[in-house]
Design a protein around this ligand. Structure first.
Ligand SMILES: NC(=O)c1ccc[n+]([C@@H]2O[C@H](COP(=O)([O-])OP(=O)(O)OC[C@H]3O[C@@H](n4cnc5c(N)ncnc54)[C@H](OP(=O)(O)O)[C@@H]3O)[C@@H](O)[C@H]2O)c1
Length: 375
């Protein structure tokens, strides 16, 4: 039996991970879970999955008493849970950087981390290598590339990630007038708010380029993105002899989560199979420069590297928050990110503390910049 710890269990990936675990009774068990604002859901999950531990965010209020499940609190408890000898695999699905230290600690302890949280790879990719533990990428595109490279990694010419293009791929209207509801209605995936907005601006694919650079050690010029609205093909690897391998599945995050949780075995998780004879159309288009300003900004940040990557992530996250709270329009997200990145000068990001401090500074700069230009 593998003991699985699901950090961010109340979110979109966390819920999908719990569903996958419940499809493998006797093989996978929920050992610990953690969430933040959705406390009632977290308690419901405790009642349903009966984990040994649950971590609530914030301070211990002394109010939570649950039979047979130990209640823990705050970031240090995430680290405790993710490094316990009994923990076999950690699903890191906490949005943002709240799970950064915990991810580094669990990798240092030699744990396997099924890593969904791309912010951690974008900002701290340079701190992830050389650790005892193993990273299994959950993001469907990276999971696809991992599946190919894990079996065969010599003679690789380049890798290609697919992008659905989000809700505004062929949109002709005014992006300054689109509502949060329109932005959050992704045509293929049901995801958390930030990643949904990022998919609409294509910042998400930019972050994924950076993620691929750190996860696969392929040079920056050899990582490509193609638009593929059906989101059935997740990634391609081209080899030097002209052959290209691709990984396909129904677009549902539970496939890649199932792959990670059962790795290195392949196990049926009882979900529908992709019926190849019914695929009517698989289309691919190149992403032209200027089509998605956020994607271009991410490519530029990847070229510069270093602290520009933390600055990019923080600026975008804060701009997305401002859009969701109604203080800026959708089309101002790239404008704000560009203005803040334009002023950024390289700083040291050698430790998690450096990264978290820069993240805070950039967020303040985003708010100040918006006040200056947009109010
Ligand atoms: N959704 C996808 O299809 C997908 C695909 C690929 C990669 N990812 C990546 O996976 C990560 C999660 O995405 P998501 O869509 O699942 O986001 P989400 O639905 O917003 O879920 C985020 C999770 O993080 C938890 N959380 C936030 N701050 C926390 C803290 N301080 N302590 C403990 N838990 C905390 C949230 O708890 P509460 O809800 O209780 O506040 C929630 O469980 C992101 O980095 C995203 O980029 C997502």
């Amino acid at each position: 039996m593998k003991n699985v710890v699901v950090l961010g269990s109340t979110g979109s990936i966390g819920k999908a991970a719990l569903d996958v675990i419940s499809r493998h009774p006797g093989k996978l068990s929920v050992y610990g879970i953690a969430g933040s604002r959705h406390k009632n859901l977290l308690i419901k999950q405790v009642m349903k999955y009966r984990p040994r531990f649950v971590v609530f965010s914030g301070e211990n209020t002394g109010k939570n008493r649950i039979e047979k499940t130990e209640c823990l609190y705050g970031e240090e408890s995430l680290e405790f849970l993710a490094t316990l000898p009994e923990t076999d695999i950690v699903v890191m699905a906490i949005s943002g950087l709240a799970g950064l230290r915990c991810t580094l600690k669990s990798l240092e302890q030699g744990k396997t981390v099924a890593l969904a949280t791309k912010e951690i790879v974008v900002c701290a990719g340079h701190l992830l290598s050389g650790k005892k533990g193993k990273i299994l990428p959950v993001d469907s595109e990276h999971n696809a590339i991992f599946q190919i490279l894990d079996r065969e990694n010599s003679g690789v010419s380049d890798i290609t990630l697919t992008a659905s293009g989000g809700p505004f791929l062929n949109y002709k209207g005014d992006l300054g007038k689109v509502s949060a509801k329109q932005v959050l209605s992704h045509p293929v995936w049901k995801m958390g708010k930030r990643i949904s907005v990022d998919s609409a601006t294509m910042m998400n694919k930019g972050l994924e380029l950076i993620e691929a650079f750190y996860l696969f050690g392929v040079s920056k010029e050899n990582i490509n993105v193609v638009l593929h609205p059906q989101a059935v093909v997740h990634g391609f690897v081209r080899f030097c002899d002209g052959f290209v391998k691709a990984v396909l599945s129904i677009p549902d995050m539970r496939y890649s989560i199932n792959y990670c949780l059962n790795y290195p075995e392949r196990t049926d998780c009882g979900m529908s199979e992709l019926d190849i004879s019914r695929i009517k159309d698989l289309s691919f288009y190149s992403v032209k420069s200027g089509m998605f300003p956020c994607f271009d900004l991410a490519k530029e940040a990847l070229k510069k590297g270093g602290s520009y990557l933390t600055a990019l992530n923080a600026a975008d996250d804060e701009a997305v928050r401002m859009f969701l709270e109604g203080s800026i329009s959708f089309d101002r997200i790239p404008v704000l990110v560009e203005k803040v990145l334009g002023k950024h000068r390289e700083v040291c990001v050698d430790t998690p503390d450096d990264i978290l401090a820069l993240d805070c500074q950039i967020r303040e700069q985003v708010r100040a910049t918006a006040d200056l230009f947009f109010r």
